[in-house]
Design a protein around this ligand. Structure first.
Ligand code: 4AD
Ligand code: MG
Length: 464
């Protein structure tokens, strides 16, 4: 009986001597003069492919094997033997090669030639068959597992917060509306929208963050995290923004700002270490093809302390840097990506945690400092990406929170349940959000966020 193996396992020297059955997609076929064909078979389980040695005595050698080309799917049976080839410990000597699906070489888009990442986005359904996107996908999987492990080991509870919500957590008004009203009919009628006729009998939206609902669990069960898709209707066509992205948001009762920073730092170190330990082959691919500093910067992140700097200090650094920025910077303005990257890449040469931002540029829920001008916000900035984490200590005082809501033109009554957390048994608490795609970008060195998520949603793009 042949053992069904993934390519990643069939490549292990421990499998030498095994009768194996391996399925996958042909990357290349090479015919040798000595009456052999070599197939390079990949099934996505590893960066490396499995070499299949096909003898010309196989019954379908001429009719089928010699017609195989990139993209064809096959199932191969045979013995795993030691390989003399470079970069591979094993190869499979086929006793049977069954062709499952042909891919016409005149039509199949992914021929051997390398395609640009832009082009591959148009073939998002075939990207999983490429070296770069399968590497990204394996790293993304590793990070997702690492996220759960990190929090589970620390006894955080995994909470599923709603995707449909009526509250705007970030107060930026960048929400997608969810409705079952007939928009065409409505616009023809010219009548104002009557939300009492809508599905939820009120305006409803896709969530921009699970934080507010997460807080309700933290303020009762202690340490929780939510991890799911979030949606932002911001019209920013940048290399680090998506309209739909995945965010992990821990929320901790009895944590103050510095506890929050300590956790965020330990968390990023853990993710980076797990990727270094589990995805070395993929990282080496990124070093060769994408960014030669990827592995080095992961080691640096794991080993060095993050720099902690107040927003006010950061503004001084930027103002006296002598560097010309596209966007001018002054106390009170939000940092642009260029400023963030200057701080982490040029000034600190390390990840930076910026804290105590002006209250005017941060959401209502952040704890107001005694200076009344700043709030206990913290953003973690890393090389290549800039902001990777945003978080804060939450405002636990009812009166201050209500005042902050009014300041930002939010109706405290609409947030009655959120305010109840401060009305009954309020506690200091903190949390943060890590954008999964930004984490994958940092780890892989991929320049564009659209190339680290299976099906990117951006303004004007929702194919597939
Ligand atoms: O800084 P943000 O907006 O913070 C929050 O949403 C808080 N409610 C989180 C919390 O405290 N629980 O977003 C957090 C992170 C950012 O640092 C970034 O990594 C990512 O989410 N992010 C995006 N990623 C991709 N596309 C976008 N449009 C993103 N917006 C934010
Ligand atoms: Mg932010």
């Amino acid at each position: 009986m042949a053992e069904v193996l993934l390519v990643v396992d069939a490549r292990c020297p421990t499998k030498i001597g095994t009768q194996a059955l391996v399925g996958g997609w042909v990357r290349t076929r090479r015919d040798s003069k000595g009456g052999f064909s070599f197939l390079e078979l990949n099934d996505g389980s590893s960066q490396g492919s499995l070499q299949i040695v096909c003898d010309s005595t196989l019954p379908n050698y001429i009719d089928e094997i010699q017609k195989l080309s990139a993209g064809c799917s096959v199932r191969c049976r045979g013995e795993i033997k030691a390989s003399a080839g470079q970069g591979q410990a094993t190869e499979l000597h086929a006793s049977d090669v069954t062709v499952l699906g042909w891919a016409d070489p005149l039509e199949y888009p992914l021929q051997k030639k390398r395609h640009s990442f832009e082009k591959l986005r148009e073939w998002a359904h075939l990207r999983p068959r490429t070296n770069s996107f399968s590497a990204v996908t394996r790293v993304r999987n590793c990070i997702s597992r690492s996220i759960h492990q990190f929090f589970q080991e620390r006894k955080f509870l995994y909470i599923q917060t709603p995707i449909i919500t009526s509250s705007d957590c970030e107060g930026a008004g960048e929400m997608f509306k969810v409705t079952t009203l007939d928009l065409e009919k409505l616009s023809k009628s010219g009548r104002p929208v009557d939300y009492s006729q809508d599905f939820f009998e009120r305006p409803a939206f896709l969530t921009v963050s699970g934080q507010l609902e997460g807080e309700t669990f933290a303020c009762g069960m202690g340490r929780i995290y939510t991890f799911g898709p979030t949606f932002r209707a911001e019209n920013s066509n940048t290399s680090r923004h998506l309209a739909e992205f995945w965010m992990v948001e821990p929320e901790m009762a009895f944590f103050e700002l510095t506890d929050n920073m300590d956790l965020a730092e330990a968390f990023l170190k853990r993710i980076s270490l797990d990727v270094l330990q589990n995805c070395l082959e993929d990282l080496e691919f990124f070093v060769e093809r994408i960014d030669k500093e990827v592995i080095q910067s992961l080691h640096k992140l794991v080993n060095d302390d993050f720099v902690r700097m107040s927003y006010t200090e950061a503004i001084q650094v930027l103002e006296t840097s002598g560097h010309t920025f596209e966007y001018p910077i002054a106390w009170g303005s939000d940092l642009q990506s260029e400023h963030e990257r200057y701080l982490t890449e040029v000034h600190c040469h390390a990840p930076v945690i910026l804290y105590n931002y002006p209250r005017s540029i941060k959401p209502f829920y952040m704890h107001v400092n005694d200076d009344e001008k700043t709030v206990r916000a913290m953003d973690v900035l890393v090389p290549r990406v800039g902001e990777i984490i945003g978080g804060s200590q939450r405002e636990a005082r009812l009166d201050v929170l209500e005042q902050r809501m009014r300041e930002q033109r939010l109706d405290p009554q609409a947030y009655w349940w959120y305010l109840d957390l401060r009305r009954y048994g309020t506690v200091p608490h903190s949390g943060f959000g890590l954008g999964l795609e930004r984490a994958v970008q940092f780890v892989s060195g991929m320049a564009n966020i659209r190339d680290v998520i299976p099906f990117p949603r951006t303004p004007g793009n929702a194919e597939f």
